[in-house]
Each structure stands twice: as C-alpha cells, then as structure tokens.
Design a protein around this ligand. Structure first.
Ligand SMILES: NC(=O)c1ccc[n+]([C@@H]2O[C@H](COP(=O)([O-])OP(=O)(O)OC[C@H]3O[C@@H](n4cnc5c(N)ncnc54)[C@H](OP(=O)(O)O)[C@@H]3O)[C@@H](O)[C@H]2O)c1
Length: 259
C-alpha cells in the first residue's frame, strides 16, 4: 500500500514501538491519529502534526467513540494499528487472577474493542487495513509469561482467523510479532533479552511491512527464525528447555539478582 497520504490510527502510541511507528509513518507522509492514556506523552509524540485522541482501550464504549472521533478528524480511516499493550511478569505463587485479567483486558479485549471501532466502516466501504501488534511470546508458552503469552497467542489466532474472514471483503489484516525491543515495557526486565533492537528500527521494519502488504511482520530476523523453529520443538523437549530456563532465572523465571 501507499503510506504517503494514508489516514492511520495508532493505539499505544504514547511511548515505545507505537510512538516510534507513528513518527515513522508521519515522516513517510501519512496522516496520523494517536491514542493511549497519557495525554502529555501523546502530545509530545504528535509534535503538532498528529491528531491526539486520548483513550483507554479497555473501555469499550470509549474506544468505539474514539474510532468515530478519529474518522472525523482525519476525514476517514485507511489503517488501524492495534498496538496498545501491557506486560508484567506473572508469578504462579501467589496466583494473581486480577493481573491475568488485566493482561487479557488490555492485550486482547483492547484490540477487540478497537476492531469494533473500525471494522464495520471498513467492511461497509469494502476497503481498509488492520495491523495488530502481537508478539513472538505468543508462539510458545514461556515461564513468567503465562498472562502476557496467553493474550498474545489469542491475538495471533484472532488476527489469523480475521484475515480469512475479512480479506475477501477488501480488508487487509497484518500481524506484527516483534522480538525484544528497547521500550519502557522492556526497560524493567532483569533477564537477558537476545537480539534486542531499538524502537526506531522496529518502526522502520513495521512501516516497510505495512507498505509491502506482508501478512506477518516478524523481527528481528534471528528472533523470527528462532521462534519459528521453537514452534517445531516437541512438547517434552520444550518443557525441559523452559524448566531449565526458569531454574536459571532466564526469561521471566524467578528474579535474577544483579551481579
Ligand atoms: N517491547 C517489546 O520487546 C515487545 C515485544 C513484542 C511485542 N510488543 C508489543 O508491542 C506493543 C507496544 O509495546 P512497547 O514495547 O512499545 O511498550 P510501551 O512503551 O509500554 O507501550 C505500550 C503502549 O500501550 C499503551 N497502553 C497501555 N495500556 C493501555 C490502555 N489500557 N489503553 C490505551 N493504551 C494503553 C501505553 O500508553 P499509556 O500508558 O499512556 O496508556 C503505551 O503507549 C505492545 O502491544 C507489546 O505487547 C513489545
């Protein structure tokens, strides 16, 4: 697709990948609307060249209303980027169902609400594009990612199903699955993050993937290859591997002590 001139809404655009992507798309000539909860941060990202629509995506009615506000401000909508997300380590003891629900509310229902805000108009017009930010963490179960990974796996499945449903009706669905990107979300992590990249690099890859109509945008390449291969590892071997990781405090296991 042609990014220059496209009307694009990015949620989760107040920091990290969403902020960098909004800037990258605006630099390429798109007309942007940006949403998240932090108005000040959004205003700074917008830099006077994007429409700011503050929003909590867990609020269904507010999200549907925000979709209308975005269409009105931009004069229509060509692309919705469902990027708002949250991550924190999940501990199995004590079990915290509220934290689990919070992840599903933001990472799954937030995307579902945003879809409700944009899909009816796209389907009626017979054109449009939805870009969802999932994660390679949704590819396999990882200790400490019980809540995050479950939500991202749901999102991967949802987007894949939707691609088949709405593709024939003119609506393109693209799935973004980043590896580790340096953002406020990952700054708190105390475990090794292989192949970590900067948000600007992530934004360039996502923008290129959107422009090239890629169904899946998975990056960086070494992480994409590793996690695609991880999908092929038999369950017994995967369990042994992840149990060893958890014992050593790697990827979301018990907190690693500095030094
Ligand atoms: N960084 C990584 O390594 C990585 C890897 C794979 C996937 N991802 C995914 O990439 C996306 C962006 O994450 P990031 O790394 O850029 O983290 P980030 O800097 O923490 O950005 C998260 C964004 O989501 C917004 N958000 C959170 N809860 C929200 C809510 N209830 N309503 C509206 N907006 C909300 C935040 O803004 P407010 O707090 O202002 O609302 C912020 O703009 C997420 O979906 C994440 O799961 C990240």
């Amino acid at each position: 697709m042609e990014i220059a001139g496209a009307r694009i809404w990015v949620t989760g655009a107040s920091s990290g990948i969403g902020a960098a992507l909004a800037r990258e798309l605006a630099d390429r000539g798109a007309h942007l609307a940006v949403s998240a909860r932090s108005v000040d941060a959004l205003t700074e990202v917008a830099g006077g060249r994007m429409v700011v629509v503050p929003l909590d995506v867990t609020d269904r009615a507010a999200t549907v209303a925000a979709g209308g506000a975005v269409r009105e401000a931009l004069g229509g909508l060509d692309v919705a980027v469902l990027n708002a997300g949250t991550w924190s380590r999940f501990h199995v003891e004590p079990w915290d169902s509220s934290l689990f629900a919070e992840h599903l509310q933001v990472n799954v229902m937030g995307a579902v609400h945003t879809l409700e805000a944009v899909l009816p108009q796209m389907l009626a017009a017979g054109r449009g594009r939805v870009v969802g930010t999932a994660s390679v963490a949704g590819y396999r179960g990882l200790p400490g990612s019980e809540a995050y990974g479950a939500g991202k796996a749901a999102l991967l499945n949802l987007l894949e199903a939707l691609r088949g449903s709405v593709g024939p009706r003119g609506v393109v669905v693209q799935t973004v699955s980043p590896g580790f990107v340096r953002t406020p979300m990952t700054d708190r992590n105390r475990f090794p993050m292989p192949f970590l990249i900067e948000p600007e690099a992530a934004a360039r890859t996502i923008a290129d993937g959107i422009a090239r109509d890629k169904a899946e945008i998975v990056f960086p390449l070494p992480m994409a290859v590793s996690m695609k291969l991880a999908r092929l590892v038999p369950v017994r071997a995967w369990t042994a591997l992840t149990a060893a990781m958890a014992r050593r405090g790697l990827h979301g296991g018990p907190e690693r002590r500095a030094g």
